[in-house]
Design a protein around this ligand. Structure first.
Ligand SMILES: [Zn+2]
Length: 78
């Protein structure tokens, strides 16, 4: 059984967190990148485009940082 996946935007850190549907812990992409399983309670997270995008987001950001021309208007810096 899996529950609804909920994402939270953390404006201060410019990062997203995923809230575990079972134990309510806030997870980072590194927590779930391999298996989409909560490291706190071993709950299987919903596998969908959103969770997979979330899990690989650091890799995408790393890739973008190597190619400044691809950055969308240097957003996130007020
Ligand atoms: Zn959990």
């Amino acid at each position: 059984m899996t529950g609804k996946t909920v994402f939270y935007n953390n404006e201060e850190l410019s990062t997203r967190r995923l809230r575990c549907w079972k134990c309510q812990e806030l997870l980072t992409p590194a927590d779930i990148e391999t298996y989409l399983v909560c490291p706190y309670c071993n709950a299987q997270l919903e596998r969908c485009a959103d969770t997979e995008d979330f899990a690989i987001e650091p890799l995408v950001q790393q890739w973008i940082s190597r190619y400044p021309a691809m950055q969308p208007d240097n957003r996130g810096r007020a």
